[in-house]
Write a new protein. Structure first.
Length: 468
């Protein structure tokens, strides 16, 4: 009786051990599994190898011994010189992740579709001219990276990958998309930047889509259907030829990051005010002459870059933008300092460089949380005494103006670390400049200040690096 019980207990442990070795690890388990980096050592422990990393080994061929690792679930062959994947790759029946980045592949074997657990495939930076058809039969794929190849189109067959969550196809030569991705209902992220796209349609069923990167293409407009992507949080469209935005953008209620830099946009529709959750907005390097007053309704906005446009004024109700911390409006057509900016109570960084401003208003003292102020390359001759109220100021850029004298109050900016006064008309610094104990850098290059004054400054500010 005892022998019979012992036999069944032993059989249980043997079967349990065998099962544990064959069990497909979940994502977190595989991430934490031991990684072998030597094929020789891996072959000696073949029943324990779940992860094998042979990247950067200068391999010319796929090591056939890898096929002797029956429980392998992740194989990394990145950064080698492999030209061909063997047809019997399907012997690795448990393979989940296959990384083949930066090799010399042009094709994939048909048998790769027999890898029924394959979740992630990276064939980026190879020599593919088309997306290998066999990939469309890898129905379990969740992540596909085919970036940095020579691919010129996307087949409609990609819609067969209904479990696909992340698609990277950037840095190719794509000029046409024959798929509208509408069947990719699991798709969360697509990066198709750095291609040759002139237009792109997205289907209306992409409810899971959170991020789209279309940067650096040749797009001239958005489809109105963009508004159907109601869970979209990140939309990157910089470096295109887009001239206007569709009204349907008002439906992108969850959008947090919107990048439209370096386009040909001449007007922002008032509907942008509906993007209540937007935090980062890049509209720099366009053709904008004004901003709609509705932009001040985006109360969660933290970062606004509207530099390199043709702006000469800002909306009046900037005070509504209570979370705005960074505002860049350099390289515009401002001839007067926009007073409404002074009402943004939590602003930390303001860049108004390269405009035509002549007077810095006393209201500037209202920005009590300001840490960085850049008003370089304007026509300012005088700094108001109210500057004393900017107690948190750390970096003050005043270079390339017409300043002859600084107010005494500037020495009371106790947190000031960098002060740039290059290319002005300054002959001396204010009395008690030694009170700027945290000043690390003072730039006085190209000012009519004497060597004697410079020597005095060196004594008063021994810890400050002075450029003259």
């Amino acid at each position: 009786m005892f022998k019979k019980i012992f036999f069944f207990v032993l059989l249980y442990f043997i079967l349990n051990f065998s099962f544990s070795q064959k069990r497909i690890l979940n994502k977190e388990e595989l991430k934490n599994a031991k990684e072998f980096t030597s094929l020789k050592i891996a072959l000696k422990n073949s029943d324990k190898v779940n992860k094998l990393n042979l990247k950067n080994k200068a391999l010319l061929n796929f090591p056939m011994e890898i096929l002797e690792l029956p429980y392998l679930q992740e194989l990394n062959l990145n950064n080698n010189r492999i030209k061909k994947i063997p047809e019997n790759i399907d012997r690795l029946k448990n393979l989940k992740n296959l990384f083949l980045r930066n090799n010399r592949l042009k094709t994939l074997p048909e048998e790769i579709s027999e890898l029924k657990f394959l979740n992630e495939l990276d064939i980026s930076k190879n020599n593919f001219e088309i997306i290998p058809e066999i990939i469309f039969n890898c129905k379990q794929l969740q992540i596909l990276d085919i970036s940095k190849n020579k691919i010129d189109s996307i087949s409609e067959k990609i819609s067969k990958l209904q479990k696909l969550e992340i698609l990277n196809i950037y840095d190719n030569k794509i000029n046409s998309v024959h798929a509208n991705f509408s069947n990719l209902k699991s798709l969360k992220k697509i990066n198709i930047s750095n291609n040759l796209l002139e237009d792109l349609e997205f289907g209306e069923n992409l409810e899971s889509l959170e991020e789209i990167n279309l940067g650096n293409n040749k797009l001239t407009s958005f489809s109105e259907k963009i508004g159907s992507l109601k869970n979209l949080e990140f939309l990157y469209c910089e470096k295109n030829q887009i001239s206007k935005l569709p009204i349907s953008i008002k439906n992108l209620k969850k959008l947090k990051h919107f990048k439209l830099s370096n386009n040909k946009i001449f007007d922002i529709p008032k509907e942008i005010g509906h993007l209540k959750n937007l935090q980062y907005l890049y509209i720099n390097k366009n053709e904008l002459e004004n901003l709609p007053k509705e932009i001040t309704n985006i109360t969660f906005l933290k970062y606004l870059d509207a530099s390199s446009n043709k702006l000469s004024s800002l909306p009046l109700n900037m005070k509504n933008m209570k979370n705005l911390q960074f505002l860049n409006i350099k390289k515009n057509n401002f001839s007067e300092f926009p007073i409404s900016v002074c009402d943004i109570e939590n602003l930390k960084s303001l860049n108004m460089g390269n405009n035509k401003i002549k007077i810095l208003p006393s209201e500037i003292g209202k920005m009590k949380n300001l840490e960085e102020l850049n008003i370089k390359s304007n026509e300012i001759a005088q700094i108001p005494a109210d500057i004393i109220l900017l107690k948190k100021m750390q970096k003050f850029s005043l270079h390339e103006n017409k300043i002859k004298e600084l107010p005494y109050e500037i020495v009371l900016l106790e947190n000031l670390k960098r002060l740039n006064l290059r290319d002005n008309l300054i002959k001396k610094m204010p009395f008690d400049v030694k009170m700027l104990t945290k000043l690390k850098q003072l730039v006085l290059t190209n000012n009519p200040i004497s060597q004697k004054k410079i020597n005095e400054l060196k004594l008063e500010l021994p810890k400050t690096k002075i450029f003259y």
